[in-house]
Design a protein around this ligand. Structure first.
Ligand code: NAD
Length: 304
């Protein structure tokens, strides 16, 4: 079974370089019309240029595909709205959004300025919010939408020097969780991709022989599985160097403490039970957690 995107319109943010470029080229090669969004700044977000986006558009067109470039800064909602309006004017729909644009401003938390923290949050979090918001009603009305958030192992698990980036990358998982719930009845699926690839973002972090194994195309294979017709929803796919894995948040079943035991000493005394992973589960909504606790309390009250 080949995975095709004929008739689909995709917006890929940050598609002038690295992973976004690779996602866009493969979507176009498989039949999608693609908006190549890129602000064209440096790795730390400074500057702007249309050069990278234009060259990806030229590459797609030379291969017989359809694409146009848009230089919206994803952190600015009015610019994103303009990009989506131009997409709808040209192609009448938006089926796929890959929120990929990103920057880095790494420093230990002690040395990090609030401005560096805020800018990284703005591009990654508000960028994903702005783009998702601008296509949301369109996707709902179409009863079709596929949104991919780009998270990171730095957000899921932490990394020294990346408090801003890690916070932002976990925030987009939170965004995915709720958008997947709200989009479900409109056939809008929302997933997250945690990539590892050799791009300008990682070029000075690993030796050349390791970077050679981390081709963006291997990550793109994962990205496309998150935005095709039969894509899952609310899935966190980790992809890098040919490895693919699922990441999830689990919660232990936990314990119930009676009213007279609801003190820190009893919580500490019952740590083992709190941590017992025997019946751990992924919860569908935050409400499911409240329900679980209330059922435990109810069972206690009924027994006493
Ligand atoms: P990259 O620097 O090659 O590409 C990022 C692109 O986003 C650039 O072309 C840049 O111009 C664009 N961009 C930045 N700010 C923008 C803005 N405000 N508006 C529009 N475009 C903007 O980096 P990459 O490695 O391809 O990263 C792509 C995504 O994958 C990022 O979200 C990154 O955080 C994430 N990621 C990458 C890795 C990795 O190993 N490369 C690991 C984890 C997560």
């Amino acid at each position: 079974m080949s995975i095709r995107f004929d008739g689909k319109v995709a917006i890929v943010t940050g598609a002038g370089n690295g992973l976004g470029r690779s996602h866009a080229l493969e979507l176009a090669a498989r039949g999608a019309k693609v908006v190549i969004n890129d602000l064209g700044g440096a790795r730390d977000g400074v500057g702007a240029s249309s050069e990278a986006a234009d060259s990806v558009v030229a590459e797609i067109q030379a291969a017989g595909g359809e694409a146009f470039a848009h230089g919206a800064n994803v952190a600015i909602f009015s610019e994103v709205e303009d990009m989506v309006a131009q997409t709808v004017a040209k192609w009448g729909q938006v089926d796929i959004l890959i929120n990929n644009a990103g920057i880095l401003r790494d420093k230990s938390f002690s040395k990090m300025s609030i401005d560096d923290f805020k800018l990284v949050m703005d591009v990654h979090v508000m960028g994903a919010v702005n783009c998702s918001k601008a296509v949301w009603e369109i996707m709902k009305e179409q009863k079709y939408g596929r949104i991919v958030m780009t998270t990171s192992s730095s957000g899921l698990y932490g990394n020294f020097g990346q408090s801003n980036y890690g916070a932002a990358k976990m925030a987009v998982v939170g965004l995915m969780n709720t958008l997947a719930i709200e989009g479900a009845k409109y056939n809008v699926h929302v997933n997250a991709l945690a990539p590892t690839a050799a791009t300008r973002m990682t070029e000075d972090l690993m030796p050349a022989e390791v970077l050679a194994m981390l081709v963006p195309e291997a990550v793109t294979a994962g990205a496309l599985t998150l935005c095709h017709d039969n894509a899952p929803s609310r899935f966190i796919l980790c992809a890098g160097g040919g490895g693919y894995a699922k990441s999830s948040i689990f919660e232990t079943d936990g314990i119930y403490l009676s009213p007279e035991q609801q003190n820190p000493e009893a919580v500490v005394a019952n740590w083992e039970g709190i941590c017992d992973t025997a019946n751990q589960a992924e919860l569908e909504t935050g409400f499911k957690q409240s329900e679980k606790f209330l059922l435990k309390a109810q069972a206690y009250l009924q027994a006493n």
